[in-house]
Design a protein around this ligand. Structure first.
Ligand code: GLN
Length: 551
């Protein structure tokens, strides 16, 4: 029988609810339980795919092609269960489903209302996310409710989980509330009042938390913990202090030391082995004891909000850990890069151009790819980063001076990157699109495999087959591949059916490490072994640095 832990948040957002939920899941997994995580988002977008990264940070993509909240990235990095479409849903999806049922006549003449129809639908989705009644059913599903308690839009979710706990019974469900305890410098005090109020709000709805995760910039002394306990009706042992951590991989240990997992297991009557966090300790040790240090330039568009490149940042760090090196990432706005100042990139050990949409800053990215190619600096282009590297190569090496993507110039005479109008999706169904097609959910999405050409750098990294996740609309135009090949570009992986370009690279005789990939490898990186592509890229950066030091 699957048990549920509901994780809510209070006072303010951005306290790390996703990391806290993932950390609890990781501890429970180390206790031998089968665990999954579910994220419910209160906004009306059907998924975050149509939202700007400036609004919502990165859009994480699952193997089965869902565009999801970035917390699912944390979930996959913290536990071994892989996320699926069903692990993230929004108010938009719930309402869409309820309205479709209403139009279909499924409510048999009833007035369709938030309670019970919307709240019931939420419960159906939660159960689906937990794989209930399927062979995938887990022992514990940790359900994170987006937003903060008190928001109008998250109310139906809170009501739904309250009803669910009533229906399932007290030993089947637990509530964990993440709150904020600010330090007021002028008073020299930690203030518990916001926490008292947010728990009051929760209790008004009928939810009594079993544990409070109190975020603060420091450990919370026992005296304040006692006070919080008294005002919130949570046992003192359930008032857990979660200070700022310099690495998120410390959080499982912090929670375990204060007994969060024991408290949850007791509440849910789970008899399981003790936690074993050895591998987390070893990971933190590696993070804190690098033997070397490198500088990576990330030349992109969404550089002001590092959440926009969450998985990428983590993947680079994981590869750093794997190579015993600290990776320092400098975010550079590609709009500020032009031919006259691109040589500022010469001081980096490696250059990365990440994924992106829209024309802004594209010429700066093209100049960046050219600089990395000509100066033999390790270059990794991801998705748009591959497309700009291809455009650059076409313009400067293949004599196609006007080469461009139809995303940036629909009338370009040399569309080396273009919109494909027909393709087969992961299930093999024929899909069609035009520039006017719906924006939501219509990209090439999710995991796809292709063969890798032997003798290439890609083959050294991946072996015969590469399977990675996609999220893009435009593709390298098949009609130009021969010209690019003749000019020296290596196309090292093509999809089996449509021959879509998956990887381009330069021969290692010409450049030590230059690669563009149409997919997003960062989504599959975990801290445990790093990701082979990023491991190789960071290794090349270290070699470049050694070489530079010698010269
Ligand atoms: N804008 C490009 C496309 O849609 C690249 C997308 C991306 O980098 N994820 O194909």
């Amino acid at each position: 029988m699957t048990k549920f832990v509901f994780v809510t948040g209070g006072v303010v957002s951005s306290l790390g609810k996703g990391v806290a939920a993932a950390s609890l899941a990781a501890i429970l997994e180390s206790r031998g339980l089968k665990v999954t995580l579910i994220k419910m988002d209160p906004y009306l977008n059907v998924d975050p795919g149509t939202m700007s990264p400036f609004q919502h940070g990165e859009v994480f993509v699952t193997d089965d092609g869902a565009e999801t909240d970035l917390d699912l990235g944390h979930y996959e990095r913290f536990i071994s269960t892989r996320m699926r479409k069903a692990n993230n849903f929004t108010s938009g999806q719930i309402y869409k489903s309820v309205l479709e049922k209403e139009r279909h006549g499924d409510y048999l003449g009833k007035t369709v209302q938030v309670i019970p129809h919307v709240t019931n639908e939420i419960q159906v989705y939660i159960k689906k996310g937990a794989g209930l009644d399927t062979p995938d059913a887990v022992d514990v599903a940790i359900v994170e409710i987006g937003g903060t308690v008190g928001d109008i839009e998250s109310q139906p979710f809170l009501e739904a989980v309250r009803q669910m706990s009533l229906r399932l019974g007290p030993d089947q469900t637990a509530f964990v509330h993440l709150t904020y305890v600010p330090w007021i410098p002028s008073a020299g005090e930690l203030k518990t009042k916001p926490t008292q109020h947010t728990v009051q709000k929760l209790r008004e709805i009928g939810i009594q938390p079993d544990a409070l995760l109190c975020r603060a910039d420091r450990y919370i002394p026992d005296e304040e913990r006692d006070k919080i306990s008294l005002f919130t009706n949570v046992v003192t042992s359930g008032v857990i202090s979660v200070p700022d951590a310099d690495t998120i991989y410390k959080v499982p240990r912090i929670l375990h030391e204060q007994g969060l997992d024991d408290l949850i297991c007791k509440k849910l009557h789970l008899n399981c082995q003790p936690a074993n966090l050895q591998r987390w300790d070893a990971l933190v040790y590696e993070v804190e004891h690098p033997k070397d240090e490198i500088k990576v330039a990330m030349v992109g568009k969404y550089v002001d909000l590092s959440d926009s490149y969450k998985s990428l940042n983590e993947a680079l760090r994981h590869a750093g850990i794997h190579n015993h090196a600290k990776v320092n990432i400098s975010y550079i706005d590609s709009e500020t890069i032009c031919a006259d100042n691109v040589n500022q990139l010469g001081r980096y050990d490696a250059i990365l151009v990440p994924g992106g949409f829209g024309i802004r800053g594209v010429e700066g990215k093209i100049a960046t790819a050219r600089y990395a190619r000509e100066h033999r600096i390790p270059y990794l282009g991801i998705c748009l980063g591959m497309q700009v590297a291809t455009i650059e190569y076409a313009r400067n090496m293949a004599g196609l001076q006007n080469a461009n993507s139809t995303e940036f110039n629909p009338d370009t005479p040399e569309p080396v990157i273009a919109l494909i109008t027909e393709w087969r999706d992961r299930e093999g169904n024929l899909q069609q699109r035009t520039a006017q097609s719906d924006m939501g959910g219509t990209m090439r999405l999710g995991a796809q495999s292709s063969d890798v050409q032997p003798g290439t750098l890609a083959h050294q990294i991946y072996g015969d087959v590469v399977t990675e996740r996609h999220r893009h609309r435009y593709e390298a135009n098949v009609n130009y591949l021969d010209q690019l090949r003749a000019a020296g570009l290596v196309i090292s992986a093509l999809t089996q059916q449509e021959h879509l370009t998956e990887i381009v690279e330069l021969p290692q005789t010409v450049h030590p490490w230059f690669m563009g990939v149409q997919f997003h490898p960062e989504f599959k990186s975990t801290p445990w072994n790093g990701h082979p592509l990023f491991n190789s890229f960071i290794h090349a950066a270290l070699e470049h640095k050694t070489q530079q030091d010698k010269n």
